[in-house]
Ligand binder design. Structure first.
Ligand code: PGA
Length: 254
């Protein structure tokens, strides 16, 4: 069996000002959290708002700093968007793509995600691609159909050599911010299903090495159960990543 590293990634969404970001950075530096996590084989990442990317990068020692989105184009008339070159300039080389809030509120499609992921991979970024079914799709037993089409379209026309820089986060929409976290059995079943899709699309090596995360109401009290599943390599965490104490508790409990 391949042994994969664990990834704990915080998604701050539209939370935390620059001064909040500085306080958070100081606290995790005081905990030596990146080193503590690294000794446990855990990589730590946080995706703050665009405004706080540079601050987090400069202040939180050793932490991977990720964007929450980025445009597929290198520049141009795309009001409010930012490009990979802008991220690169401040040393940010990770981006989340396809978060359900972008899909739900801004109509982002799997094809949009595919264009963005291709741009990221062409620029040697790591793309954290979010997939997940809505509550209705879950009730209608459509979870695996939805996941299959999101993964297939989102990652279409990507070379196997580049797919190694993709992380997939399985986040059932009904579990995000609701406190209704999916059971560890569901998380394992879907993450293992995603790995099998990756194997079919690319090859066994890419599938064996890809980090696949669970996300949706992950808390210090339940993170251990997910990370104990053989196909769940980490967690994408919203609410519980906002406070340094809680972020530390997530690391402690893995
Ligand atoms: P939550 O958010 O942990 O607050 O449920 C997860 C996410 O949206 O990535």
């Amino acid at each position: 069996m391949v042994s994969r590293k664990k990834l704990l990634m915080g998604n701050w969404k539209m939370n935390h000002t620059i001064s909040d970001t500085i306080s958070f950075s100081k606290a995790i530096n005081d905990f030596n959290l990146v080193d503590v996590a690294s000794k446990k084989g855990i990589i730590l990442a946080i995706a703050p708002t665009y405004l706080s990317l540079d601050t987090l990068k400069k202040n939180a020692k050793g932490l991977i700093v990720s964007s929450q989105d980025c445009h597929y184009a290198s520049h141009g008339a795309f009001t409010s968007s930012i490009s990979v070159d802008m991220l690169k300039e401040i040393g940010v080389t990770w981006s989340i793509i396809g978060h359900s809030e972008k899909r739900q509120y801004e109509g982002e499609t799997d094809l949009d995600c595919n264009r963005k992921i291709k741009t990221l991979l062409d620029n040697d970024f790591t793309a954290v691609y979010c997939v997940g079914e809505t509550s209705k799709e879950y009730d209608d037993n459509l979870t695996k159909d939805v996941i299959l089409s999101q993964v297939r379209t989102g990652l279409q026309n990507i070379d196997s050599s580049k797919a190694k820089n993709v992380v997939i986060a399985y986040e059932p929409v009904w579990s995000i911010g609701t406190g209704k976290n999916a059971s560890k059995e569901i998380a394992q079943d879907i993450c293992s299903y995603i790995r099998s899709i990756i194997k079919d699309m690319f090859n066994k090596d890419v599938a064996d090495n890809m980090l696949i995360l669970y996300g949706g109401s992950v808390k210090p009290e339940n993170i251990h159960d997910y990370l104990a599943c053989s196909d769940v390599d980490g967690a994408l965490v919203g609410g519980a990543s906002l406070k340094a104490d809680s972020f530390k508790a997530l690391v402690d409990n893995i």
